[in-house]
Design a protein around this ligand. Structure first.
Ligand code: S3P
Length: 428
């Protein structure tokens, strides 16, 4: 149990760990590349350490030169070695689903599994397209473990039934490893495109349409260096806390601002937030900027289905911003929240209700009645979910009485130094 006391303001300059999505991809693409891949700004966390362990189990040498600096000795597109034991993907859905796409294109039998939370998350969404490409796959009724017998794949055209970057990425990676045929993935809504950008940087033949992406089977990938931007999702708790705490002035440096990730900034902007983006540049195709966040009073807004993929991991924090905004806010079209690390419609609603927020769960989202004053506070449980633990911490700062976060150590899944960094900029 960690108690987070009410705060005055957040003031200062910070940087957050490297992007989790891009860190996973750098290790996986590096492992499948020709030659060495150096990863700078690797976002080290329990989730991304699972990815290092997974590629090592597949015979890849990974040198950890520093906490945030890796060197990966790529084994080429089809050079992975099938291990005897199952591969433990820990808590990471991204690892399990992307790796499924990679091993589907390799000879051998691979069993992918994970922790209790991961073993409750759907994998039929990757099994179906990979089977169509020629892999043999077994699941436990649509859930992990996922047993893949890989081999020679053929490209397919695939329309994603749900907007999921993980599924899109699994199919694209399998498409690069395929022995023949173009692979095209059409998506119902734009999801994060880190895989496309990284494959492009590694020399894959990628074609992007307005709502689809195609890849040709690759002659080989070469990714000498990846510089990982700061994780927007790790910056988001600081963005929301600084917005809500009067007198705050916080600058967050070197953040990935890929437009397919920054839906929270657009939503907060229309609620009246004061967030400025400056010093824009690109690292290996990914847009990067510094963000200055000053406190503001907010008005309610509605987040609709089209917007959801651009802030899917930030919707718990949106709920807290909405609680402090004037009027009634809602999220619709976010059924995917129910199959994240926890059922986040339930875990967000339970956590915030316990702290005095008027929030109502709905089938595909939630409704929040905002009051422009601090929520009371109290105790809540992270339920083993890193994003709910960070939500509880921010709720504590903006509350009247503080918040006891049960299971706060879950932050280490994506952001091990979260509490220390938060402390360093908190003025009581
Ligand atoms: C991720 C995609 C999203 C997101 C997850 C990371 C990725 O999941 O929620 O945290 O790195 O591709 P879905 O693809 O299941 O929506």
């Amino acid at each position: 149990m960690t108690k987070v006391a009410p705060a005055g303001a957040l003031v200062g300059h910070i940087a957050v760990p490297g992007d989790k999505s891009i860190s996973h991809r750098a290790v996986l693409v590096g492992a499948s590349g020709d030659g060495e891949t150096r990863v700078r700004g690797f976002g080290r966390s329990a989730a991304t350490e699972s990815t290092i362990a997974a590629v090592r189990a597949l015979g890849v040498d990974v040198a950890e030169e520093d906490v945030d600096m890796l060197s990966i000795a790529g084994r080429g597109l089809h050079g992975l070695r099938a291990p005897d034991a199952p591969i433990d993907c820990g808590n990471s859905g991204t690892l399990l689903r992307l790796l499924a796409g990679i091993v589907a294109g390799q000879e051998g039998r691979y069993e992918l599994t994970g922790d209790e939370s991961l073993r409750r998350r759907p994998v039929d969404r990757v099994a179906q397209p990979l089977e169509r490409m020629g892999a043999r796959i077994e699941t436990a009724g649509g859930l992990p473990p996922l047993v893949v017998e890989g081999g020679a794949l053929a490209g397919i055209e695939y329309r994603l039934p749900v907007a999921s970057a993980q599924v899109k990425s699994a199919v694209l990676l399998a498409g690069v490893l395929a022995r023949s045929g173009t692979t095209t993935v059409a998506e119902p809504l734009p999801t994060r495109d880190h895989t496309e950008l990284m494959l492009e940087a590694a020399g894959a033949r990628i074609r992007r349409g307005p709502a689809s992406v195609s890849v040709e089977p690759g002659a080989g990938l070469r990714l000498p260096e990846v510089r990982v931007p700061g994780d927007f999702s790790a910056a988001a708790p600081f963005v929301v806390a600084a917005t809500l705490l009067p007198g705050s002035d916080l600058t967050i440096h070197d953040i990935g601002v890929n437009p397919r990730r920054t839906g929270l900034l657009d939503v907060l902007a229309r609620m009246g937030a004061r967030i400025t983006e400056f010093n824009r540049r690109r690292w290996a195709g990914e847009p990067v900027a510094d963000l200055q966040v000053q406190s503001a009073s907010l008005v309610a807004t509605a987040v609709g289905p089209d917007e959801v993929p651009r802030l899917v991991d930030e919707l718990p924090l949106f709920a807290l911003a909405a609680a402090a905004a004037h009027g009634e806010s809602e999220v619709r079209g976010a059924r995917e929240l129910r199959v994240k690390e926890t059922d986040r419609v339930e875990t967000v609603t339970n956590a915030l209700r316990a702290l005095g927020v008027r929030i109502q769960a709905r089938d595909d989202g939630f409704g929040v009645r905002g009051v422009p004053s601090r929520p009371k506070g109290g105790g809540m449980s992270a339920a083993g979910d890193h994003r709910i633990a960070m939500l509880g911490a921010v709720a504590g700062l903006v509350s009247r009485e503080g918040v006891e976060v049960g299971g706060a150590e879950a932050v280490a899944i994506s952001f091990p130094g979260f509490f220390e960094l938060l402390d360093s900029v908190t003025h009581r």
